[in-house]
Design a binder for this molecule. Sequence first.
Ligand code: NDP
Length: 381
Amino acid sequence: MRQRLAILGSTGSIGRQTLDVAAAYPDLFEVRILTAGRNWELLCRQARRFDVDSVVIADKSLYPQVRDALSDTMIKVFAGEESIEYAAGSSEVDTVVTAIVGFAGMFPTVSAIKNSKKIALANKETLVVAGERIMELSMEHRAPIVPVDSEHSAIFQSLAGESGRSIEKLILTASGGPFLDYTPDMLRSVTPEQALAHPSWVMGRKITIDSATLMNKGFEVIEAKWLFGVDPSRIEVAVHPGSVVHSMVQFTDGAVKAQLGTPDMRLPIQYALTFPDRLPMKGDRLSFDGLTLAFSKPDTDRFPCLRLAYEAMERGGDAPCVVNAANEVAVEAFLGGKIGFCRIAEMIEASMNKMCSLSSPTLDDYRLCDKATREYANSII
Ligand code: NDP
């Protein structure tokens, strides 16, 4: 039996690499459902290539283009956010790869969990916003969540054969982004083009900016807390510009296990799909000839987003949802040239001070909180 996949966000960086993995093992994977935000042309090309059952385009205004482009096929075409949620729970698939960016990926992930799918989770925002509720749902509906994020995959791989009780701490590595050595003055004048030039990874625009502010690392700490059930006081961040060690686990006997490799997202994607098996993969191999590994502590004065993420975790309730929504608005404003780089953290902090109010939000509360925070954040651009 082939594993039947839905790839939510198939036109993005993770989505395209997931299709590369699926294409390498046609006997193992059957791509059944693809979804995209706006890139309907690529969606249609992917749909034809993998002869899928159905596609969903989030932007309803693009429905006619997709329908017409696929009119000579049997592929079913749907549009709109509700259709993505519906597709994520479809009986046509076993595994859902959640590769939509941002809060938009959360409710489709919830739908997949409620329909007991295996989740290959790339959309970290789901756990950032509603980690506690999501992990409860995953238990309730027996929907395993396997990480795609390279750091969490490294931890997941390091934990194979280990008991969760023997974890002393998790060490998430961070490349430090393109501005690792910048002074506060230099940071004030960086441009979107500079911020988009990540030194080690090629990723979507939003996560690339999150990596430059270190908000991505803050989000990953929250993600790790929920995925592995480890208190934030036992999750450390180590800046490691080489991006060779993808993360580590220190155990109660002092042993440290790590996963190393070249920066290639296809590996954690493939592992999420094939775990507990490990399949051959073509690509560059790590060379140890002359390899040195350097680590340092992150500077949360110059990169306050990491501190804000820890603060949000401590506050709990809707605080991480506020941080996520404000961050999405601020990153978009930065990319659009409306605010400077340092204003991203300022907008997030202002939103936290103004918008956090609920100590145990429901999933519906998160929707309202996300909307209200976006309105507030837009008002202070
Ligand atoms: P991209 O920006 O490259 O792709 C995002 C995908 O989401 C695209 O398919 C896009 O469609 C779709 N999309 C955007 N907005 C919406 C919406 N409102 N409704 C439905 N679909 C939408 O992002 P990445 O692939 O880089 O990241 C995806 C997720 O994976 C993020 O949560 C990120 O944090 C996480 N991640 C990414 C890594 C990476 O290496 N890229 C590493 C680890 C985690 P379209 O382009 O057609 O508009």
